[in-house]
Design a protein around this ligand. Structure first.
Ligand SMILES: NC(=O)c1ccc[n+]([C@@H]2O[C@H](COP(=O)([O-])OP(=O)(O)OC[C@H]3O[C@@H](n4cnc5c(N)ncnc54)[C@H](O)[C@@H]3O)[C@@H](O)[C@H]2O)c1
Length: 460
């Protein structure tokens, strides 16, 4: 083991005390003793990939630009084996022909002391447990959005982050990429060109109802019980060909997003991106709404006390509109219908931003009057935007928190979780962003966490 790793492991034993003793805000409290350089070929960070389904095909190859993958892990052996072959192929072309281990159990990845970094690209309901255990095992983490299934999970991840001082990037790449449209939009706001923001609208899409999906045999390669993890044991369901982009409809791969047991529907799937940018734009990325009001909602199957009454069809909201009122008097609307993107309205004008567009009078004005040279750099914590994964690896080296840090993501995804609680219970919620409690509604407040199946509890 190289010296830097020895230092990192030694540091781990005392990291809790080191972090607690510093006077810096905790999200900057990363002990430089745990830093290491990764520019030298022999000293590139060593990566383990946990969850190797659809999205990993982007995350895995991106991570291989900056680190060397030595292990892949998935509870579906078909996905893990495919990832193994892809890693061997990509790294082989760069002259790295080292063997790549294949695991079903993520703990095997965490147990390997040579692994510095893990990517977590599993279903949403597994993110928190694996992320906490990874940090406790001394790994830096790149974890896909939405980081959590519940508000309580976010609090637990923050506790573990505080105690371990690991570097943690959430996979909300809109903060770094997309031609920097989102950063430019934030620059426009930062320079006061929209005046005071009064309203922001996030359009994030809806979900087509699935109809009844029959019980099916679990694919031989898939460990269904492990895939279910903290969620209740239930039948596997699958129907050929009619899901998003022609995918099969299933209680399983990819389509897990449309079941409350494993995710939060479009509210968290796309809310994790747009509500994140919107909350950053209105300066509430370390706070949250004080009131969350369901305006309208359609669920594909009836809910009773917020719980689905049938188990054979997608159960997340197919259409919704929720209004969130923030302490700085900004009104945020999160809705399914309309043109996907974010519309900011201020006292001096309006601006629309999406992955493909950045429009509005204040944007046109940039041609003659561009943003100040350091505006974007300041927003991006002094680094060069363009590649979300590179930002993570640079921060691993510098021992800083990356651009999509746990604190701000927790705040944005809390807004989405609150919006889901409000539409599931079909009533307005009062939220205290300081104490992070739902006020005057004990039943709703209990929805901050969910029952987790024995053996799969998250424990920070
Ligand atoms: N940043 C983005 O733009 C973006 C885009 C797509 C997906 N995502 C996120 O990526 C994550 C994965 O989405 P996907 O589309 O790849 O889904 P997917 O179902 O195709 O892949 C998830 C994989 O995780 C595996 N898995 C589940 N539990 C596991 C465990 N305990 N250990 C190891 N592997 C496990 C599954 O078997 C599957 O192969 C989701 O959280 C999703 O929101 C982000």
């Amino acid at each position: 083991m190289s010296n830097h790793k020895q230092n990192r492991r030694d540091f781990l034993k005392t990291s809790g005390a080191a972090v607690a003793g510093s006077s810096l805000p905790f999200w900057f409290q990363i002990d430089p003793a745990s830093a290491y350089k990764f520019n030298a070929a022999n000293d590139r960070p060593v990566v383990g990939c946990i969850g190797t389904g659809s999205r990993w095909n982007a995350v895995g190859p991106n991570a291989m630009k900056y680190g060397d993958v030595i292990a892949v892990c998935d509870v579906d052996a078909a996905h893990a084996n495919k990832a193994h072959d892809k890693v061997r192929d990509i790294q082989g072309k760069k002259g790295n022909n080292k063997e790549v281990a294949v695991f079903e159990d993520y703990r095997k990845v965490l147990d390997n002391p040579d692994i510095d970094i893990v990517t977590i690209v599993t279903t949403d309901h597994w993110h928190t447990k694996i992320a906490i255990e990874a940090m406790k095992a001394g790994k830096d983490v790149y974890c896909e959005k939405p980081l959590t299934l519940t508000i309580d999970e976010g609090k637990q991840i923050i506790k573990a982050l505080k105690e371990t001082g690991r570097v943690f990037q959430v996979g909300t790449q809109q903060r770094s990429e997309m031609g920097q449209r989102f950063l430019n939009a934030l620059g426009v706001i930062k320079e006061g060109r929209l005046g005071d923001i009064t309203e922001v609208e996030c359009v994030i899409g809806g979900v087509d109802p699935s109809g009844s999906i029959p019980v099916a045999d679990v694919p031989k390669t898939l460990n269904w019980e492990k895939w279910l993890g903290q969620a209740p044991l239930t039948d596997y369901r699958w129907k050929a060909g009619e899901g998003e982009k022609g995918r099969p409809k299933t209680r399983g791969h990819y389509e897990f997003r449309w079941w409350y047991e494993y995710s939060g529907g479009k509210m968290t799937d796309w809310g994790a991106h747009h509500v994140d940018i919107a909350q950053w734009g209105i300066g509430m990325d370390h706070s949250g709404p004080t009131q969350v009001v369901p305006i309208s909602v359609e669920h594909p199957i009836p809910l009773k006390n917020g719980m689905p009454t049938k188990d054979d069809a997608y159960n997340v909201a197919s259409k919704f509109e929720v209004q969130c009122n923030f302490p700085n008097d900004v009104k945020m609307t999160i809705k399914s219908d309309g043109r996907n993107g974010i519309l900011f309205t201020g006292t001096k004008g309006r601006m629309f931003v999406s992955r493909g567009d950045l429009t509005g009078k204040p944007v046109e004005d940039l041609k003659d009057n561009p943003l100040a040279s350091d505006t974007i750099k300041k927003l991006y914590k002094g680094r060069q935007p363009g590649d979300h994964m590179r930002n993570f690896f640079e921060c691993v080296e510098a021992r800083e928190q990356p651009i999509s840090d746990v604190m701000t993501h927790h705040r944005a995804i809390t807004t989405c979780h609150l919006a889901n609680i409000a539409i599931r219970l079909n009533r307005s919620l009062e939220w205290d962003p300081k104490t992070e409690q739902i006020i005057g509604d004990d039943e709703a407040n209990q929805w901050q966490s969910r029952e987790q199946r024995k053996g799969y509890e998250t424990n920070a």
